[in-house]
Design a protein around this ligand. Sequence first.
Ligand SMILES: Cc1ncc(COP(=O)(O)O)c(C=O)c1O
Length: 382
Amino acid sequence: MRNFNFIPFSRPSITEEEIKEVVKTLKSGWLTTGKKTKEFEEAFKNYIGANYAIAVNSATSGLFLSLKALGIKEGDEVIIPTWTFCATANVVIHCGATPVFCDVNEEYLLEPKEVLKKITKKTKAIIPVHFAGKSCDMDRINEIAKKYNLYVIEDAAHACGTIYQNKKVGKDSLLCVFSFYPTKNITTGEGGMVVTNEKELAEKIRIMALHGLTLNAYDRYKKNGSWYYEVIYPGFKCNMTDIQASIGLCQLKRIEEMIKKREDIVNYYQENLKYLNDLILPKIDLKNQRVSWHLYVVRLSKTARIGRDELIEFLKERNIGTSVHFIPLHLHPYYQKTYSLKKEDFPIANSLFSSSLSLPLYPDLKKEELDYIIYSIKEALC
Ligand SMILES: Cc1ncc(COP(=O)(O)O)c(C=O)c1O
């Protein structure tokens, strides 16, 4: 097997088209939120099939603004999975509310049965996380939310293009937030999108994302614009720029093609790794959904001749980048101390954490790189 230069864990897919569009925007005389951002919002809204889309500077901002728009505040509790990135918890804390951490199921997804155990009189919302591009059991989660009168804000940072029960994730949501961070299915460098079907929430979020002003700068400075604006809320600064949106527009045009490439890579991994008894592969044929494959996460069995950390080191020595998604939140010192979390209350997440690793998965991963990764894993485990 040929030796490779470093194969990164992730690599964004950027073509000449993105570069051309960014240059066009740079030369256009308008760099921040304007025509391109609006165009991106329209295109994204149509792609998902929802009524409104608001472009923001990150999914973190989008989640925070969503909670704010719903009035989540001190004294409220919000149920989140422990298996997520810290942003999901931090936005709850920054609203003054308390994140309530829930164990997940073997698919790394928020477990509805666990959610039920965590509901109290203070619970106001649930944030399901569509981990790795797999949708949570939204039928069950929405049913619980309806019964207990809770808001559902979907963290779809990983799920751009995921289809659940024949609809794109986000289509029927109260609020659903996507990320365009460079590792994600489409990127704008940094960026995010809030999708909703509620006009009032969309307007609130749009205003809060830009200082709480009634009129954005583009509408003030254009030919027939007005200099006058009013502050109707002490807002934040979370808007997307036209530079980012021009990248996003190109990426969105290629999203289906990029998801297909991800799918092909996943199928190739599955086909070639299935004979390794000590490697537990993800389930790929889920009858009620199309997974958008943001991540390819495998697990080592207890009988494997090396441990997860050793396998990561082994692959690193062979110039292969991997990652771990995630270190469950209940294991981080801040959340553990602040909310008196006990490790033993999250048995499934603990077991997933000790055995999981994410392998390289991106549209531009070459066949010979993929073969080399597979060969190296076999070498480590056989
Ligand atoms: C599950 C999850 N939620 C939220 C975020 C935050 O996304 P962003 O970096 O766009 O703020 C991430 C980022 O990786 C994530 O993995």
